[in-house]
Design a protein around this ligand. Structure first.
Ligand code: NAD
Ligand code: G3P
Length: 296
């Protein structure tokens, strides 16, 4: 009987399933049946002792309410985002259903398209309980190096915030503002997400490591990123609806922009780049945002 299962068979779920199948049998399940080796129904997957959950952040709460039965499983959360309707971080939502000692969160630069080819990659497994890291690290294949961190909130904020900054970077690229502008945007973005994280108790060193700078540099500088591609589309004045239909996959930065906008207002945090991304998603002309960012 397999001990580990991936829940969610989108791009990331499938890539993690590929990686976690290298050393042992790994099951996978999703809402719709897929033609993947070891695909099982949800009930069978849920019987595994170790679960990796890779469903979009905005669907997590409802999915847990409708499907999850706690049976002392150890869980790694693979999603990156903040719930827009409540401004809650994913660890807060999961902790409403599962004891925090059973939970871990994956962070770090990791395009599914490269993981599924077995290309080398480094990830951080974050948990308040180091035993979670120790339990899961042995499942990962040789091409993935895993690190441990107890900074769950820092990892959560890095993974979510960098998606919003990747949208900004895609806009910068789409407007053909040049390499200098993009480097400035990414480095100011890193400072901004660190300031945001500090407010919520994140450790500063997290922002300079794989989860922060690592994932931000990756996502904000490549068309492999869905969030970056959303930015490219916005710069071309495409409507958000058209961009998301064309994308056909989740771009977490869109909803997370709304969550960060509510949190920055509620907590009075200075987040100029995320604020402009939110305004552009609400219809502001990107050129006007650029002028405002250069002035403030
Ligand atoms: N793709 C990547 O490179 C990558 C890397 C790291 C983290 N992530 C994160 O992983 C999460 C999933 O991303 P993805 O790339 O797999 O997205 P995707 O768009 O490829 O797939 C999303 C999956 O979630 C499932 N899903 C959607 N709504 C659901 C619901 N209500 N209940 C259950 N399942 C539902 C879909 O069926 C699909 O299988 C996101 O938070 C993303 O930020 C993605
Ligand atoms: O394609 P994106 O923009 O969702 O980014 C994927 C991963 O989060 C990169 O680490």
């Amino acid at each position: 009987m397999a001990r580990i299962a991936v829940i969610g068979a989108g791009k990331w779920g499938q890539a993690l399933h590929y990686a976690l199948s290298q050393k042992q049998e790994c099951l996978i399940t999703s809402r719709t049946k897929r033609d993947i080796k070891n695909f099982v129904n949800l009930q069978t997957a849920m019987e595994c002792e170790y679960l990796v959950i890779a469903i979009p952040a905005q669907q997590v709460r409802q999915w847990l309410k409708d499907n999850f039965k706690f049976n002392n499983q150890k869980i790694l959360v693979a999603s990156k985002g903040i719930e827009a309707s409540s401004g809650k971080f994913l660890n807060e939502i999961y902790e409403e259903f599962i004891p925090r000692d059973n939970l871990g969160f994956i962070a770090g630069p990791s395009f599914a398209a490269e993981v599924i080819q077995g290309l080398p990659c480094a990830l951080v497994l974050n948990s308040l309980n180091e035993e979670i890291f120790i339990s899961f690290e042995k499942f990962f294949p040789d091409f993935i190096k895993t690190y441990y961190s107890c900074d769950v909130i820092g990892a959560e904020i890095c993974g979510a915030y960098k998606n919003v900054l990747a949208i900004a970077s895609g806009i910068c690229e789409g407007l053909k503002l040049g390499n200098n502008a993009r480097a400035s945007l990414i480095s100011r973005g890193l400072v901004e997400m660190q300031r945001f994280g500090e407010h919520f108790g994140a450790k500063m060193e997290t922002f300079l490591g794989l989860s922060g700078a690592g994932d931000l540099f990756l996502t904000a500088s490549s068309e492999l990123s869905r969030n970056f591609r959303v930015g490219l589309g916005l710069a071309k004045n495409k409507t958000l609806d058209d961009i998301l239909i064309e994308l056909g996959e989740v771009a977490e930065g869109v909803k997370t922009s709304y969550a960060i906008n509510s949190l920055r207002i509620e907590h009075n945090i200075y987040t100029p780049i995320a604020a402009e991304v939110y305004l552009i998603l609400e219809g502001k002309n990107p050129q006007d945002s650029l002028k405002d960012l250069l002035r403030t």
